[in-house]
Design a protein around this ligand. Sequence first.
Ligand code: GUN
Ligand code: ZN
Length: 459
Amino acid sequence: MMQSEPHMKLKGIRGQMFTYKADPFLTGEEGCYDYYADGLVVIQDGHILDVGAYDTVAARYQSLKASDIDTYTDAVIMPGFIDCHVHYVQSPMIGSSGGTLLQWLNRYTFPTEVKFKDKKFADEVAREFFQQLLEQGTTTANVFSTTFATSVDAFFEESERYDTRMISGKVLQDRNLPDSLKDESAEESIIVAEQLLKKWHHRGRQLYAVIPRFAPTSTPRQLELAGELYQHYIDQGVYMHTHLDETQDEIEWVARLFPNQSNYTEVYKHYGLVDRRSVMAHCCIVREEEWDVLHKCRCGVAHCPSSNLFLGDGEFKYWEAKNPSRSVRVGMGTDVGGGTNFSIPRQLGDAYKVAMLQAKNLSAIKSFYLATRGGAEVLHLENIIGSLAPGFEADIAVLDLKPSEFVEWRMKFADDIPEKLFVLMTLGLNNINKATYVAGRKVYDRDREQKWMYAADID
Ligand code: GUN
Ligand code: ZN
């Protein structure tokens, strides 16, 4: 047990508590999680000091006064959710009607992203985006900005105000999109990306990713330089984030653009972009040899079912990704604005339906794993976020088991915590999160007059 420093104030959160300690896809569901009917998390200096049954843990901290404990009834305290793939710059055009992926990009996405040259516009969208994430209990996200440095600065500046652990970077894109959104040249784009990386990577809780949008919007030269940049900084924890195997049209386009590579994954691999900190969004239509490479290279995959349904992409097959003989790290992504909401639990409801189209069940235990610890594994952060455990960063969501009168009534017929969680993820509610803690501070409280508060205004 860690010894608490007498001068560092303790804080507690008490209530039903749920967290994972193993991967249910690999080890089975029994014993993969801890559930406390009356639990206590003790927090000190932004980190979890202790967690467990209230009586046992409270007895160890005599200095923890009742007034320092936030107590929640009819709620489940969980690790904050992790969104492994989302475009903050698409928040203004979420829910734009019509079109498959490539049509939708041209019609709605690119014209919106051009506006982020303007820092004021970027600031406004970043502010709204963080409010939406925190409202839904998401505490970490792996985020696309767009071409312009202004879009990256606006994002990280807002993240710093909440002290959230976030990943982003400049999007690299130098062909097959409007001139106003295109990088000036491959070389210039990498210079700007490296400047931003040096500015933001490991500044507080911020982390940087090298982000070629997807193979069709980068020249071979840009992919080559992006691979070099990634490889240069990979040991310092820099990521690579892109889209892969989302739709059949896209896959065929990539095959025409890169005829020398045997499949889409090989295109990225050829340029040094497939490695242990690479996160691939979608992976709906993946060949067996590609899964094998993603497994061997320890890549992560973001499953984005709301977006896949909205754009009519393809169906993610979790049983392929999580095949125990060559399992790949999988987490959830909203992929806003392809996804039509910011809620990770709502993604789980969609993931269930996508799996059922192929007659595959996806339990609540497996689902919430993808939303928390599974997402942390995708980002190789499973030792610091995604679980309630001593030493972990205190990023926490508080799910309401009575978000409406009807759900309160429905819950009477749910006997145990897996059933209750399944109801929450299936009913598609937008208001199931009561409160969000980031590094131990309550930055969002549904019932507080000022719902969102920046870290500096809290203590
Ligand atoms: N592939 C390339 N760009 C995008 C994007 O913005 N959204 C989605 N869903 N797929 C993409
Ligand atoms: Zn996307």
